[in-house]
Design a protein around this ligand. Structure first.
Ligand code: MN
Ligand code: MN
Length: 303
């Protein structure tokens, strides 16, 4: 079984969602300044997405330092970014389920202490994207990513992967590992794929941390629970956060629906290493990858 790939009006929606996600990523990178409230930055990213007529495909992830992924502030979060924080700005936007997913890493305050880690993931995402071929092996991309990161004496994070994307499905089933030897899949022309290398000065393995305020419906709720069904209607099977469901009846519905909800832990680098990430959503074209979320990730020579 293989789903159809987007074309026509649906592909146009994907390109638009990707343009918006890229803009939101750049906004987050600019706003992650010393003293900025992490919650304000997340909300500004999500507001930009909505202002452009799209919806966030998942809560703005603002993971710091040893946090590799899956942290979004809740409404009680009073943490502010500090000079030297290594922040992964990972954002998603969707239009009618056409999902784009993109990330970059910024050192708060503009210092260069972690420029090496950031350059490694910029080089790795560029190398991975160059290795994409219709009908070509996923493993070529994994090898290119790992080589770029190891060339800087760093480790790729092997527990986190890129992924194919389908309508309302952020992780559609095909993984793009960040180390070679784990996939025998091939790319299919027209497929939408997120390429997302993570580099660390730690071990390259992940441990689960505390709940990072990100939820997802595992399955549809019973139709006779109107408040829960309304939340499912908004988010479907995409990740969301209780920050977006603040009315008392919505909070009560989430409490009732607990068994239907997957809760995501923050992913931590197991050895306590710092983690950088870069991510683009691409389309597998006849002559290689077309980057949909381009909106200016820095060139690969910045470190
Ligand atoms: Mn992402
Ligand atoms: Mn992703």
């Amino acid at each position: 079984m293989s789903a159809s790939v987007p074309d026509g009006a649906e592909l146009t929606r994907w390109r638009t969602a990707a343009r918006i996600a890229g803009e939101a990523r750049e906004l987050g990178v600019r706003l992650a300044r010393p003293g900025a409230l992490r919650r304000d930055v997340a909300e500004a990213i999500e507001r930009h997405i909505r202002s452009q007529g799209a919806e966030p495909a998942f809560p703005a992830n603002l993971s710091r330092n040893v946090e590799a992924a899956h942290y979004t502030p809740d409404e009680a979060d009073t943490a502010r970014f500090e000079t030297g924080d290594l922040v992964k700005v990972d954002v998603g936007a969707h239009l009618d389920g056409a999902v784009a997913d993109t990330a970059d890493t910024v050192e708060v305050g503009g210092g260069r202490r972690q420029a090496h880690l950031i350059a490694a993931v910029h080089e790795a995402v560029a190398a991975g994207i160059r290795a994409v071929r219709a009908d070509g092996p996923v493993d070529d991309v994994s090898r290119a990513i790992a080589s770029a990161i190891r060339a800087r004496g760093l480790n790729p994070v092997r527990d986190l992967t890129g992924h194919t994307i389908e309508r309302y499905l952020l992780h559609a089933g095909k993984s793009i590992p960040n180390v070679p030897g784990l996939s025998d899949a091939t790319f299919r022309e027209g497929e939408i794929v997120a390429i997302e290398p993570f580099a660390t000065n730690g071990e390259g393995r992940i441990a689960n941390g505390p709940f990072g305020h990100i939820l997802r419906f595992r399955r549809p709720p019973p139709a006779d629970d109107a408040a829960l069904a309304a939340l499912y209607g908004r988010f479907r099977t995409l990740p969301f956060t209780a920050r977006w469901a603040t009315r008392p009846e919505e909070r009560a519905a989430l409490e009732r629906g607990r068994r239907l909800l997957q809760t995501y832990p923050v992913f931590l680098e197991r050895a306590g290493g710092l983690v950088a990430q870069a991510e683009h959503t691409i389309r597998v074209g006849p002559a290689g990858a077309e980057i949909l979320t381009a909106a200016a990730l820095p060139a690969a020579d910045d470190g």
